[in-house]
Design a protein around this ligand. Sequence first.
Ligand code: HAM
Length: 429
Amino acid sequence: MAGTTEQQRFAAPKGTYDVLPPDSGRWLAVRELLLWPARRAGYGYTEAPIFEDTALFQRGMGEATEVVSKEMYTFTDKGDRSITLRPEGTAGVVRLAIEHGLQNGQLPAKLWYAGPMFRYERPQAGRYRQFQQVGVEALGVDDPALDAEVVALGSRAFGALGLSKVELLLTSLGDPQCRPAYVARLQEFLQGLPLPDEDTRRRVALNPLRVLDDKRPEVLEMLVGAPVLTDHLCDDCRAHYDAVREYLHELGIAWKEAPTLVRGLDYYRRTAFEWQHSGLGAQSAVGGGGRYDGLSEAIGGPPLPGVGWALGMERILLALDAESTDERPVGPPVPPRCDVYVVALGAAAKKKAVVIVDALRAERLNVDMSYGDRGLKGSMKGADRSGAHTALVLGDRDLAEGVVQVKDLKSGEQRSVPLESLVEELVHR
Ligand code: HAM
């Protein structure tokens, strides 16, 4: 119709989601808990940009990987540079470490990060196009004890959340000494199989380890007897892998040998691992990582070995839901948004109320108040909804008498408290 414009309603883009209260409180509590083991182990917070030069990811993660070849959000900016929204955090952290010369400081440089990653994947339960990871990277030292520390920090994080259905899968992917010979052997084996489709046959040439990851029963049947990498490690890699397992054993961390575990990124060498949750269906990996000696050189840096992991927030929240029951919620307690809710009735009372609210907040109580002159009934509804345990009701008459009504919102009990002792009393409560 002439003169009218159709109003477009917007929704979050496909494969993304919004986080908002009250769920966001749980979200933050989970993230905090996941990171505590790393903080206690001396990992320091780091933040790299959300976008980097496209070539960083191409060289760092490998052009043959699905993530780089199919899933990157890449665009040309106004300065004609090719930019990519980070699909993962490791390449950016290693770039940052090189740029700031961390290899010249105390090693290992221990870093943690948290934030959104972007992959153009087909969205489904537990798989998003923008998703949140928390990650750690330990750089500059090649010591199997450090691999074990990194793995332990992740396993302890899942333990701290109270998750019981998380399994650690572990393997060694060898190194440039031993992997090429193994890959040739595997390719020879795979070429002798009547593989069902062109895609899989192409994978034999490009990324044969991936074929081992096929989930179709008819393919799995053919793969019985395929050579596995852990049987073909060179002496150094074998010794490294044995040492990692010994440390994990000493730490009392259980794992399952997973010689066909394939990580989706090409930078891994030697140790590789994944945590899987049995209650999540197809997207079962709640975290993963490994050692990536050689990544620094691949992006033009000095030799800088490294080991790390990233955990997927969305899948961890789904795992907590899967293990929770009404009687037994699994996960950290969510701190209340509000302890004390203040209701002022009348203009003079309101002026006093804003000062009381401020004073209580200064004492580190979570305090909110009723805005918008909603009357006693409406304001008390607000108090109930806030989750507070205590409401303060202040009318102009209370003010004249120098008191506040303090109401316990659970028991309904109410009493007058002199204004001058109010803050002290609530703080001690
Ligand atoms: P990744 O295995 O690609 O590793 O991702 C780690 C975790 O992120 C996965 O286990 C999963 O929980 C979560 N994740 C991945 N893609 C998605 C998605 N589309 N939607 C929801 N969650 C997802 C890395 O990213 C490496 N940078 C880990 C690492 C750090 N390796 C060494 N250091």
